[in-house]
Design a protein around this ligand. Structure first.
Ligand code: HEM
Ligand code: MTE
Ligand code: MO
Length: 479
């Protein structure tokens, strides 16, 4: 019998900082872990769960799945969560087109609820080389469609002999299964920084609208060949369109296209993926089948793909024609002509600092500083170097590049021109003496010696895409 008080979720939610106390819930218990925060082996990340449930975080960090962790937790119990809040998950109203959207991980930073758009906190992003699917950034334009895998049909059109359809079973059994580790980056990644130069239109992404996963499925090339693609088609066809099963109120589906040569090339590695990180693709990421176009802007990796069309023309989709294009800083909404610019495909070289966070306090007592981040380039161009400055760009040091997780055998380098996955990087360097503030900068170089621009002003564009200037964070040094 418990003599402990009963708390509502509302009460628990008030305790989400060291000053208000840090409370969490776990299996119906309420815990005041304020005192434990400083002792936590996993560091300040523990605060991400403040005011809410531990379960989704511990599901992500299985290290907590041990008796001694529960023993520590039990010392901090202060009450029980009231029954109504414990079993609160009532299904949402059915008139809302978003009512069947899936549950999401609470650590995600939400840019928009409906449609759902969210990114992980930067310090979580570079915790692992392969981003766990639960925290992989999510970029939806529409409600998540519910697709029955048993009746799922992929239509392929535009090839001689008429349309061909494939079931999910066909894709899994008739074609070899390929694994491709590829980074997906949204065109709007780091838009919020460009917005500071002058306002842009779009979701205010931070630096984490980018993630890396192992995708598995049939090669698009193999499926097109089975559907009738051949040298005769190559004479006239130039593009391959993808249509999603997510539709807007008018019935228009999300759509995009890529150049034919990327789609059919043996080196293009374009997948019709039915697995993400070794499991069936989660609803937010395109269940049961999505296109993965490695090295190309995320917008072309169409999720919940229902139709593929081989064509002489580009897709006429809004997202191909009137969005996801770059313009001059001098072009504004009253002068923009979307027909005048090509659709974004390959993305430019990119990098960002995930640790320390902008504005962080750094303890100078151990005399050194560790900086971490990610770097990636489009078109299969490998990142060959990341330069880091601790003094606002006056001097530079070369960071260590990683192409796998700590403690795992290093992966063989990708074939030239097929570096689809990001590199995580790290630099530990002595703190410059007697400084109170540091401006840390990173910039990456790819295998074509492309570099990131120094500032945003010359690459500013009205939609805030292709935002890849040097990334800067400022930190304060404490004694
Ligand atoms: C590690 C306790 C919440 C992230 C650990 C360990 C303990 C612990 C005892 C070391 C386990 C071992 O190596 O045997 C707790 C308790 C929590 C809590 C009592 C809540 C009251 C969280 C949350 C997060 C988190 C919410 C993430 C958002 C981590 C990480 C490690 C870790 C990343 C691994 C650190 C490393 O070895 O590098 N935690 N934890 N923890 N915890 Fe927590
Ligand atoms: N596919 C469909 N069907 N619908 C969408 O809204 N969003 C695109 C792309 N594919 C989208 C889509 C955009 S803009 C991006 S950046 C990526 O999916 C994001 O993929 P993710 O949600 O798996 O991270
Ligand atoms: Mo995107």
């Amino acid at each position: 019998i418990s003599a402990l008080p009963v708390f509502s979720q509302e009460e628990v939610s008030k305790h989400r900082s060291l000053s208000d106390g840090v409370w969490v819930t776990y299996r119906g218990g309420v815990y005041d872990i304020t005192e434990f925060v400083a002792m936590h082996p996993g560091g300040e990340k523990i605060l991400l769960a403040a005011g809410g449930a531990l379960e989704p975080f511990w599901a992500l960090y299985a290290v907590h799945n041990q008796e001694h962790v529960l023993e520590i937790l039990s010392e901090y119990k202060v009450g029980e969560l009231c029954i109504e809040d414990l079993k609160k998950q009532e299904p949402a109203e059915s008139s809302d087109p978003y009512s069947s959207d899936p549950e999401r991980h609470p650590v995600l930073r939400i840019n928009s609820h409906k449609p759902f758009n969210a990114e992980p906190p930067p310090e979580i992003l570079t915790d692992s080389y392969i981003t766990p699917s639960a925290v992989f950034f999510k970029r939806n334009h529409l409600p998540v469609p519910q697709v029955d895998p048993a009746s799922y049909q992929l239509q392929v059109e535009g090839l001689p002999g008429g349309g061909v359809t494939f079931s999910l079973e066909d894709l899994k059994t008739r074609f070899p299964k390929h694994d491709v580790t590829a980074t997906v980056q949204c065109a709007g990644n780091r838009r919020s920084e460009m917005d500071r130069v002058k306002q842009v239109k779009g979701l205010s992404w931070g630096i984490a609208a980018i993630s890396n996963a192992k995708w598995s499925g049939a090669r698009l090339r193999d499926v097109l060949l089975a559907a009738g693609y051949g040298p005769d088609v190559a004479q006239w066809a130039r593009h391959v369109h993808f249509e999603g099963l997510d539709k807007d109120v008018t019935g228009a589906a999300y759509g995009a296209s890529i150049p034919l040569n990327k789609a059919v090339s043996e080196e293009g590695d374009v997948l019709l993926a039915y697995e993400m990180n070794g499991e069936k693709i989660p609803p937010d990421h395109g269940f049961p089948v999505r296109v993965v176009v490695p090295g190309v802007v995320g917008a072309r990796s169409v999720k919940w793909v229902g139709k593929i069309v081989v064509s002489a023309e580009e897709s006429s989709s809004h997202w191909q024609q009137n969005d996801y294009k770059g313009f001059s800083p001098g072009t504004d909404w009253d002068t923009v002509d979307y027909k005048s610019a090509p659709a974004i495909q390959e993305l430019p070289v990119q990098s960002a600092i995930t640790l320390p966070a902008d504005g962080a306090l750094i303890d100078s007592s151990d005399g050194s500083l560790t900086v971490k981040g990610y770097a990636w380039s489009g078109g299969g161009r490998e990142v060959v170097r990341v330069d880091v400055s601790l003094d606002g760009g006056q001097t530079w040091q070369v960071a260590e590049l990683k192409s796998g997780d700590e403690g795992q055998a290093p992966k063989p380098p990708p074939p030239p021109g097929r570096a689809w996955a990001w590199k995580l990087w790290e630099l530990t360097a002595p703190l410059p003496p007697q400084v109170q503030e540091l401006e840390i900068i990173c910039k990456a170089v790819d295998s074509s010696y492309n570099v990131q621009p120094e500032t945003f002003a010359p690459i500013w564009n009205l939609r805030g895409v292709l935002s890849n200037a040097w990334h800067r964070v400022t930190v304060k040094i404490t004694e």
